[in-house]
Design a protein around this ligand. Sequence first.
Ligand SMILES: [Zn+2]
Length: 295
Amino acid sequence: MDLGPSAVHPPSPHLTLEPQSKAGNPDAGVVAWRPKLPPPAYGWFTGRTGGVSGAAWCSLNLAYHVQDAPEAVRLNRARVQAALSLPVVPWITAEQVHGPRVALIRQAPVRTVTGEYAVVRGVDGLITTLADQPLALFFADCVPLFFAARGVVGVAHAGWRGTWQGIARQMIQLLTEGLGIPVEDLWVALGPAIGPCCYTVDGALWNAFRRRFGRVATPRPTVLDLRAANRELCLEMGVPPAQIEVCPDCTACQAERYFSHRREGYPTGRMAALVMQSSEGRQGSPLGLPNPPQG
Ligand SMILES: [Zn+2]
């Protein structure tokens, strides 16, 4: 499939819903999907187009750990920062070790040498009470989980290991028991990820998920639905079903829109799940609430 720089992609249905700001649709071209979170919380999931990387990372690879040229990644992150009108502060990111540990960020990171990003070691989930502080995790098939409630946002990375070890539960526990947020006030969104159409696993793993989650997450032999499993974990913790959004997009099916580790192998690029609470009004509130006055 030709995914070169000249490839023309059809407009995404997700990219035309928002009212145009004076500068045009601000995140068109880099955002593939937006979770519905209550303002002032905002989330974004980037696609694979709109960047400068070549070859296997074509073109909006946002991760440094997949052997892409660091300068290309730096330029791609700057593009996303500009397209989303994010504050010019380092993104807080995580090491992403496929584990269940999560971190609460209460202080802005010390500016790094590049001024660009800060990494929290040993965790796959980030929560912050800070405003105007983007959190970012990176994906190519695993499930991105977005969390929001009044005064707090979070993001988590759940492949089968993180799902199995209950990172969704860890996030919700930190939000509720740690920060005192009533579980009925939580909003969760599960973003683009490999779907049950494509995610085949070995029989032992499938059986384990079948025993734990039943047919919901194992709709037919040897395929897993990781988003359904994570949704079940959120429901078990008491998040209201109407406040759990599940994106239907399969990253392995939609080759022109998303990177996929399962489809493309190593190396390939990574999309970013970004979340932030904003201290000022932003265009296009995802829940359809009126936009705050500008200026
Ligand atoms: Zn698929």
